[in-house]
Design a protein. Structure first.
Length: 347
């Protein structure tokens, strides 16, 4: 596939300074966002252009390819991270690797990045004619679980999680009929209490949000940030002169995948290809979907980068839609994730 002219996409010269490219990206992202009259194709091209031109190493590799002296497949010249335009992200293999810190890998997809199954009517397994493992109402429910609440810090977390959940419902669930959202999910499987009822262990570690589509899981955590720009070195996010701590979603994704497999195996349920991914969502204090703009540094240039809310939603939707089973509602997985929620009587 021929590589787009990303400089033309952003309307800048090939020798433009980084600040000029950043300003051009902001304008183009606002202009072409689907919520503001743009098309999904235009918006994805703008995001792809920024992914390449906004990172020094990726831009240098791209310029080398433009001059005909580099190779798009060279290990030193990574392919452009075109969300929804030929590439999508898969971090499952990286999260399963040995002692190395989990990193992002890219999987070649069809040009659209969206599986044809994503636009088909949902298929249920087991079929709805079977009453187990979940009744029809809960099987059809798109959102499961409540966001956290209580206390001063609980109220802040509630607002943050509520905002992230709203964005996921609007920009992800609305475009994928088979997708399901689970809020405040335990990473530990439930165990039977003294009365024989399944209960999540007290104090179990939780993740803010888990999206399920087919057999693909995406873990999501939202963080409100004060600045319009930020830097990311693969471990810490710095913005407005301070460091913002982010949860280790790579480790959480690996832990959830293994725990779910064990939970289903104990129920004699076999899921052959459970894939996991994750995304940090950065929420601007003023509600701007395209800020902060994150500059990766060092090893972060090849890692999973926290994204502003607008870009993060596009990435999550693309990952889920790329699956060949994007129209599958696996009722066993839905039931297993529901069992990890905080209060099943309310969800």
């Amino acid at each position: 596939m021929k590589e787009p002219d990303f400089y033309t996409v952003l309307g800048v010269a090939p020798d433009a300074e980084p600040r000029v490219i950043r300003a051009a990206y902001r304008r183009a992202a606002r202009e072409h966002h689907p919520d503001r009259g743009g098309t999904a194709e235009q918006f994805h091209q703008v995001q792809a252009a920024w992914d390449v031109l906004g990172t020094p190493d990726a831009r240098a590799a791209y310029d080398s390819r433009r001059r005909g002296t580099g190779s798009a497949s060279s290990a030193a010249s990574p392919a452009p991270t075109e969300e929804g335009a030929g590439f999508t992200y898969s971090r499952s293999d990286a999260s399963r690797s040995g002692g190395r810190r989990a990193a992002e890998t890219r999987t070649q997809r069809p040009p659209s990045g969206r599986s044809s199954s994503a636009d088909r009517p949902p298929v249920y397994h087991p079929p709805l004619s079977e009453p187990e493992p979940l009744n029809l109402r809960l099987t059809s429910q798109k959102v499961h679980g409540e966001v956290v609440s209580g206390g001063l810090f609980g109220r802040r977390a509630h607002r943050r999680q509520e905002r992230t959940a709203q964005l996921l419902e609007k920009h992800v669930l609305s475009s994928l009929p088979a997708a399901r959202l689970f809020n405040n999910v335990s990473l530990e499987a439930p165990a039977l209490d003294r009365k024989g009822r399944p209960r999540v262990p007290r104090g179990a570690e939780r993740v803010d949000h888990v999206l399920l589509c087919g057999t693909t899981l995406v873990l999501v955590s939202g963080t409100q940030v004060p600045g319009s720009t930020a830097s990311w070195d693969g471990r810490a996010l710095r913005t407005a002169g301070r460091t913002v701590a982010l949860p280790d979603l790579a480790a959480a994704a690996k832990r959830l995948r293994i725990s779910l497999a064990q939970q289903l195996q104990a129920q004699s349920v076999r899921v052959t290809s459970l894939e996991t991914d994750w995304q940090h969502v950065l929420i601007a204090a003023d509600g701007d979907l395209f800020h902060p703009i994150v500059e990766p540094r060092g090893i972060a240039n090849r890692g999973a980068i926290p994204l502003a809310a607008g870009r993060a939603m596009g990435h999550v939707a693309n990952v889920l839609a790329a699956s060949g089973e994007a129209n599958l509602v696996n009722r066993h997985l839905v039931a297993a994730l529901r069992a990890r929620l905080s209060d099943l009587d309310q969800v």
